[in-house]
Design a protein around this ligand. Structure first.
Ligand code: NAG
Ligand code: NAG
Length: 258
């Protein structure tokens, strides 16, 4: 076995994934999954070749931090004898090809009588990528958007769903939710995206997260409740409230800073 520092250093932390031991691996794609998977595999594989289709005519280049990882352009052709030819002219005999080119939504366990469908990887209709307007709130999808920072987003989505289920947060009417979905579809169309990019929130990921966070936020709810009451009771100049549940939430939040 060839010894190289990464392998020596990390081998005790990892269970060696047998299929990759001393193999030549091609990984197609170049997003977050590739960064994770290629780094893990490189510790055990003989060579890792990452193929990024957005690179056209650049020559292959070694990936910093690895002796056995190389970044290539798109694949030009593959051959029965295991040879892969890249557009950069490199030709390599490979053992394994891994596609890191995305996920297909598939819910074989879910029978919704076509109220929720998957059409060219568009799951819908889903209000804010979560609630099907005609099955809300009893059905909700967590984790549909992609090109996002997933785990904080899952948490915010879950908090929003919990708020809706507990009755603390009210959803708009079915019609309003459907309108919102339709206007998102129009935006997707307007930029010329195919349906399968519907849940690509790359451009608005923080906007989306902030929107979710705002829905769950006691600060805003308190402000709104008080403001509403102020116009309903202009004669009362003192704050009076029945939002004790929000105060409890606020106290819990403050505990975190103590
Ligand atoms: C996703 O959205 C980003 C930002 O709008 C865009 O650059 C990208 O091409 C989209 N699609 C994919 C597959 O990344
Ligand atoms: C609104 O004001 C009334 C009387 O001033 C008070 O009894 C009630 O609790 C207030 N509600 C909220 C949400 O603050």
């Amino acid at each position: 076995m060839d010894a190289w520092p990464g392998k020596q250093m990390h081998s005790h932390n990892y269970h060696v994934p047998e299929p990759f031991l001393d193999q030549v691996v091609v990984i197609i794609g170049n997003s977050n999954s590739v960064v994770d998977i290629s780094g893990d595999i490189a510790r055990f594989a003989k060579e890792v070749h990452v193929s990024d289709r957005s690179l056209t005519d650049e020559p292959p280049r070694k990936q910093p931090g690895y002796d056995n990882m190389c970044l290539h352009s798109a694949i030009a052709s593959t051959h029965k004898d295991g040879v892969v030819v890249f557009r950069d002219g490199c030709s390599i005999h490979v053992d394994v090809i891994i596609h890191c080119t995305g996920y297909k939504y598939h819910f074989p366990f879910l029978k919704t009588k076509n109220i929720v469908t998957v059409d060219d990887n568009r799951v819908g209709p889903l209000y804010k990528h979560i609630f099907p307007p005609f099955l809300a709130p009893s059905l909700a999808f967590i984790g549909i958007p992609w090109k996002v920072v997933p785990f904080p987003m899952f948490e915010l989505q879950s908090k929003w769903v919990a708020g809706v289920l507990s009755g603390r947060i009210a959803l708009p009417t079915k019609e309003e939710m459907l309108e919102d979905v339709k206007s998102w579809y129009l935006e997707v169309e307007a930029v010329g995206w195919p349906k399968r990019y519907t849940h690509n929130l790359s451009n608005i990921l923080f906007e989306y997260d902030n929107w979710l966070a705002e829905q769950c936020e006691w600060r805003k709810l308190m402000y709104v409740a008080t403001k509403k009451n102020k116009s309903a009771h202009p004669e009362s100049y003192r704050d009076e409230w029945d939002d004790d549940h929000l105060i409890l939430q606020a106290e819990e939040d403050f505990q975190n800073f103590l």
